[in-house]
Design a protein around this ligand. Sequence first.
Ligand code: PLP
Length: 383
Amino acid sequence: MNQHARIESGPIPFIDVAAQRRRLGAAIDLATKRVLDHCQFLMGPEVAVFERELAAFCGARHALSCSSGTDALVMILLAKGIGVGDAVFCPTFTFCATAECAALVGATPVFVDVDAATFNIDVNSLKSAIRTAKAKGLRPKAVIPVDLFGLPADHDAVAAVARDENLFVIDDAAQGFGGVYKGRAVGTLGHATATSFFPAKPLGCYGDGGAVLTDDDELLAVLKSVRVHGQGSDKYDNVRIGLTARLDTLQAAVLIEKLKIFREEIAARNAVARRYSQALDGIAIVPQVPDDYESVWAQYTIRLAPGRRDALASALQAEGIPTAIYYARPLHRQTAYRHFPVAEAGLPVSERLADEVISLPMHAYLDVPTQDRIVDAVRRALR
Ligand SMILES: Cc1ncc(COP(=O)(O)O)c(C=O)c1O
């Protein structure tokens, strides 16, 4: 077998963090060396530069970096004083952190169903969940739409319900930063946005990291305090309960370099998604992007009739092609979350999706021959 043939049949990474590392190599080496030389490992100059550039990227007034996407969500809830007796509405078809943040501050996550075509929060189910919360004597306080798999939620529809019910809107953009909704960038869509720089995210760092984006000056001031133990203007007087939730300077230095190529990477991800969808439409249910939305394709997720995906995963695995199931269990079916309330109309779409979804390899460095290898294998397995 010649070398070309060997590469073409070898295992494919699900997300190729190493390909991007190779591309950025020298720039990241220099950026991290600068931090190692100046030794300001926390709140060094790179942190403020990155925050400015992140805010400018999406057009938010402020970006505040922090230690993870989960901490970004927790910080917002703490800053808003949300806690015991308060209901926080979130989709059940998401990563656990969306609901975990509410439970961590003592509030009650109330689970909402999603739309089958977009995987994102369904506002009719949100209205049903608000009725559930009120019937249980909870105070409706916040809603956390998620931009799942990189596709923005229907933020106008969420905002309309939030206005009627006086809910604070926290956009969970851990998977969706870089996306666009009706001409507005993710980061500007809720009252506050939380994002994650976990390495596998579209904009990832080399460890844990996250950020809050907001236009709200007052919220920013409280978030800055929450980020460092609730400190006040006198650093020996802590004025609220907070966290240790700063972004390391080294991670900010990495992110400054990555942000420079992020738009190009988003375009590359979109090109991969387009080719996948052209090749797989009619064979599986391919993901839909509504008009005037732009996804960053954190995941490329297809749907199959229940009972078919294990065979597909095994057939692809045998050819060195990894897959993943996001999410095999909606949150309301997980041990730690079973006892929380759910929308009175139930969560049937999320329960169905959990049996149907399977995600294919997706990243900005997936070349055309590898894409072809993946779609050929999927088509063969599903025929
Ligand atoms: C939808 C969603 N919310 C929140 C998070 C939490 O982000 P982190 O892992 O940075 O804490 C993640 C990521 O893993 C996520 O996918």
